[in-house]
Design a protein around this ligand. Structure first.
Ligand SMILES: [Fe+2]
Length: 217
C-alpha cells in the first residue's frame, strides 16, 4: 500500500459508514448544552413520588392525579412521573412494548436555532419528530430511536423563575401538556429572521392531545 492509499481508504471507509447509517457528519452540528430530565411511567404513583422526594430530596413543582414534576436543583423539573392507573387504566395493549419505566429523557439546546438546525439535519436522514409541542416551559420535539426509546429535544422558553411561575399558574393547571406547533412553519419564521423571543412564544390553541407514539394514552 502506498503512502497515499491509507488515508484515501480510510476516507472511503468513513463515507461508506456514513452512507450506511444515513447520518451526514455536519461540521457545525448543534449539540445539547445539558441533560435535563427523565420521565417515568408508573403504577405506583404515590410511592414513586415519595421515593424521589426522599432519595433526591426533591420537591414537587406540580402534581395532579396523572402527573407529577419534581426537581432537586435549578432545573424546572428533573423528574416527571406519569400515573398509568389514570392514563391507561385498562392495562397493556398488544403493541405496547412495556409501559412501566422510562417514558423519555430530555436534552436541552441553547437556542431555537440549534433545535431547528438539528431538526433539519435529522430530517435529511429521515429522522422526524413524532410530537412537536410547546409545553409552555419548553419548546420541544420528541423523537424515538430504532428501539422506540423516546427523547425530547427542547429549548427553555424563559428563566427558571418564569418556568416555576408558569408551572404554578392556572394556565398550567388547565393545560399541563402544551400546544402543538408545525416545525416547518417555525423553521420558515426562523429563516426569515424572527427573533428568539418570537420563536419561543407559546402558540394559542387547544391543549395538545398526547399522541399514541408517546405511550401515555
Ligand atoms: Fe419532558
Amino acid at each position: 500500500m502506498s503512502g497515499e492509499e491509507g488515508p484515501k481508504l480510510a476516507r472511503r471507509h468513513e463515507r461508506a459508514q456514513l452512507g450506511h447509517s444515513g447520518f451526514g457528519r455536519g461540521e457545525t452540528m448543534a449539540k445539547p448544552v445539558k441533560f435535563a430530565h427523565v420521565v417515568y411511567m408508573t403504577r405506583r404513583f404515590d410511592e414513586m413520588v415519595a421515593w424521589y422526594k426522599n432519595v433526591f430530596e426533591a420537591t414537587v413543582v406540580y402534581q395532579n392525579p396523572a402527573l407529577a414534576f419534581l426537581t432537586y436543583d435549578d432545573e424546572h423539573h428533573r423528574f416527571a412521573l406519569a400515573n398509568l392507573d389514570v392514563m391507561k387504566p385498562d392495562g397493556i395493549g398488544v403493541d405496547d412494548r412495556g409501559e412501566i419505566g422510562v417514558n423519555h429523557v430530555a436534552y436541552t439546546y441553547a437556542t431555537v436555532g440549534d433545535l431547528l438546525e438539528t431538526y433539519v439535519r435529522l430530517k435529511k436522514a429521515d429522522v422526524l419528530p413524532y410530537w412537536p409541542v410547546h409545553h409552555g416551559t419548553t419548546l420541544s420535539m420528541y423523537y424515538r430511536d430504532p428501539d422506540g426509546n423516546r427523547m425530547e429535544f427542547q429549548v427553555d422558553v424563559g428563566t427558571l423563575a418564569e418556568a416555576n411561575a408558569y408551572m404554578a399558574s392556572d394556565a398550567f393547571v388547565a393545560n399541563p401538556v402544551g400546544v402543538d406547533y408545525e416545525p416547518e412553519a417555525l423553521l420558515s419564521k426562523y429563516r426569515s429572521g424572527a427573533s428568539e423571543a418570537e420563536l419561543l412564544k407559546m402558540p394559542k390553541g387547544e391543549p395538545s392531545v398526547i399522541p399514541p407514539a408517546h405511550g401515555m394514552g
